[in-house]
Design a protein around this ligand. Sequence first.
Ligand SMILES: [Mg+2]
Length: 229
Amino acid sequence: MNTHVPPENSTFYIVDFDRTLADSDKLLGVFIEVVNQYIDLPMKKVHQIDADVKAKGDSFDTATFVRDELAAQSRASEWDKLQQQFIHESRSLNMLLPGAAALLEFLDGRGDRYGILTYGNPLWQHLKLSASGFNRVKRIVTTNKHKGVLISTWQQRSGVFALPSELGGGVAARVVLIDDKAASFDGFPGEPSCGYQVLDYAAALPAQLGRVPRNVVHVTRLEELIDLL
Ligand SMILES: [Mg+2]
């Protein structure tokens, strides 16, 4: 592994997807609308999805449920069509949260390295990433909600971070994690790395709240964050 010491200031930005860059409620709403054109989604399931989102984050595996439901009705071949329709309909809408496009443009403009680190079921996460137009952004889908723990495994004894190939590889002296959920920062490395919890407390879900490490700064919206980077 290449662990040569990178420049002091080399930073890799790790950006969360759901509720940081993308409007996850809107994505789920459009998905359910599309699904309803194919199968009768039982209201009990819709309520379970909603309760899971509020309590635990977007954890109900909606996509797999629908794919399996089609398969159970011997209509597995319709899954591709449903996915394409969801992506098509989503792309005619803006699925990004305010400031999301500006943040990525800002990082691109500065020539910074960044990637998306998203928690959830891979099938559903990749589908939402495509629907939001992030096909070309480097990303990792993890089933570990404690992203800080995962990120800390990239840190070498010298202190530098050996970045996974999915994020472009190479090394960074520090990482910056941008995420709405407190639990994402569990186990996050100490300084000079740092985090920004982007969360509007007035509209927060229980799943987003909790203690964060000392090197994590709270901001209410992405526009404020850009001024701090
Ligand atoms: Mg999130």
